[in-house]
Design a protein around this ligand. Sequence first.
Ligand code: PHE
Ligand code: ZN
Length: 900
Amino acid sequence: MRTDIAQTIYRQDYSPYPYRLSQVRLEFDLDAQTTQVQSTLHFEPGPQTPPGTPLVLQGEDIELLSVQIDGQALSATDYYLDEDTLRLTPPASGKPFVVTLVNHCHPARNTTLMGLYVSGDKLFTQCEAQGFRRITWFPDRPDVMARYDVVLRADPAAYPTLLSNGNLIEQSTLPDGRRQTLWRDPHPKPCYLFALVAGDFDCIERTETTRSGRPVLLQVYSDRGCGKQTQWALDCLAHAMHWDERRFGLELDLDRFMIVAARDFNMGAMENKGLNIFNAAYVLADPSTATDGAYRRIEAVIGHEYFHNWTGDRVTCRDWFQISLKEGLTVFREQEFSADMLAEGLPANEAASARAVKRIDDVHVLRMMQFPEDAGPMAHPIRPDSYQEIGNFYTATVYEKGAEVIRMQHTLLGETGFQAGMKEYFRRHDGQAVTCDDFVNAMESVYTQQQPGQDFTVFRRWYSQAGTPRLQFEQRYDADTQTLQLTLRQHCAPAGLEARQPKVAAKPPLHIPVAIGLLDANGQAMPIHWQGGTHDSIVLELREAQQSFTLHDVRRPPVLSLLRGFSAPVIIDTERPGSELALLARCDSDPFARWDATQEFALRHLLAGMRAHRAQAALPDIEPLLALWQAALQDATLSPAYQTRLLALPALRELIDRGTPMDPQTAVHVWTATQAALGARLADQWQALYAALADDGSPYSPDPVASGRRALRNLALEYLLAGKTADATRLARQQYAQASNMTESLGALAALLQHAPQDCADLLRDFHDRWQHDPLVLDNWFGIQASAPTCTVDQVRALMALPDFTLRTPNRARAVIFRFCMDNIANLHTPEGYDFWAEQVLALNALNPEVAARLARAFDNWARYEPTARQGMQAALQRVRFAAGLSRNVHEIVSKALDA
Ligand code: PHE
Ligand code: ZN
């Protein structure tokens, strides 16, 4: 493992690779212990490359056996080789030349799950970002693109299926009995999109016809015996394919598209050209094993990887600072796909609120994951300027805030304009490795046509500024002239590395689309007269630090609905009267803004509760919150899915994050007490709702209406348990016993563990006995226990001592260790909890630095906590930082945290 001292890589230092690589041929003699790779690389010098320029290749944890140039074997004195580079001298002629390398790698020993590795009895690869160098020496950078021929040879008894990117060209049996296959990928690609898979699989497939009438073979591979759990994944893949044709005009450019499920995988999934490799958690589903949430996540991830085929693979990144070019854009496309799927077949008004549910969930994730990141030591622009370990920059900022930045461009251009921009982007850059700037340029070309004289100069700053901007507003209504003057102000404090500069420069303002609407005092929508039309909502374009907008013909004093649809990733900083929030929470016609007002109202109540608790005063009056909840409970016009969002308290993590200082134990106390009060005081209504939403016996379907009903019913059950309602435990046990799907049984069991752990030991045993053969279900069994309030550090250690536990499978480590460290707030924030975290970061560090670094991030914001927690976390961070053998990944995270 690499333990070298941190080196920082800067975006400014980019220079093109001096050689062009046209053709790659890889021959693999596959074996779990020692795989031999022969690589043949066809290079030619770039137009500006002086003769004699060295050819530098990267390698990691592999053994070089031989090198040739143009068929001439090199001796060890003819090249330079160290731990991570191989430097060759190309022929002085300046002509094209061929490098042939032979090396060994060791899949079974590879616990990092980067490069070629073993999972179960199969072989998989993961190359993004820099895993290909763990397979063979190579110019491992995304702007070196080549055509690949891949030959795979293996024992058919162990590895009957051999897959790689592109099309299967030849298959044969060798004299020694091994199978050989040749795969050819017609599309040039960077090596991070290379993949191979070998093993024994179930495969289901279907032929779909693209809109130009071409047949394509869609396949899903999974463990033997799991094929019946892959039907939903295959359906989602077909939906994604047709959706991308309909909405973006993008057609699949392959004859064959394969998805393979892997049990051991560091991330969610990977968009290798034509051969996507997935964490099995995002492929396998049937009603008895997968929750409604899992069905939706599978749809999203399958969509995401499929959409990468154009936004990522056809047009890729010039360098790793540009990850958001593909990730932000692809997350945006995935979000739109999911929203369109939720709304499919619904009448217009219901469709809008169905789409809003997706928007709410996405914004919720952004606030829980990205806002804290943007406020901590790892804060970075969506296009970072520097990194030590690129694996640490697959972040909520690059992905989720990156998607918000794309969404703002969509908002500014409108759907038609945005699609015109996409067309222009592909017209300019199809087949290239490009930058975020290239994308914005294409969008800007449309914007400038739409609004002559305007451009994206100010907008572009979203790519270079870290931190969450804060927005303030002031309204002045003049009854005589019937005008509303709205003044908006923006400010963005130094974040992350910026905050550590000796001289902090003021940040210039951003271009922020602010969607607004107006309500009158009765909550009626008021029309807005703007730019010659009458609208329910308009988008103001804020480009300056402070800017005023005047609305005319405003007949009555308005209540402002601000940031409708969450039109920009900002925080609204202006405190408004609770009465205004309550009005918006009941009446706003924009479903997102209505939810947002409800959340803000509840957060204020909870924050006031925390202040009171610390001052040992009585908790604030709950009546206003109750009234709001009651109104949402009684509103029969709402879809169950939307109602579930409206009636859920803000996440505990959000509450902690909003505290100054952050005070986890007080937050847990107040949050729990509030949930219990809402449960107890509204018990009759929760009970009625619970009964009304009972399963009607129709066959399981993950559709938004049926899953919305289940979600709302589970929420009602949770409130009943939280409120210690007399009958609640019986209802939960009954739901578990009668459940006809995993959403109901896991919902009941998880709620019991949270609220009545003494009443469910037998059910936990039963669940384990029933599902011990299914690793994904078992992950849930571990996860609900690790996050339960009764799960102390001793208890989590007991879970880890069970034979089913292993640190080597990231899903299992996440189910136990991450769930404890991220979701079990009361038990984590104890002296033993801090020790446990440090110990597990170090244990994972020795096996899998990528996963270890994710866990390390749990203490990013330690410096903002109250003193006891702060000191505990600081000591734990120091223990990790000064441990021997620290990976570059973990080192970057803990040193940035401690230096903050
Ligand atoms: N590129 C993958 C995706 O977003 C994520 C990933 C990154 C997977 C790095 C593995 C390693 O779809
Ligand atoms: Zn992605």
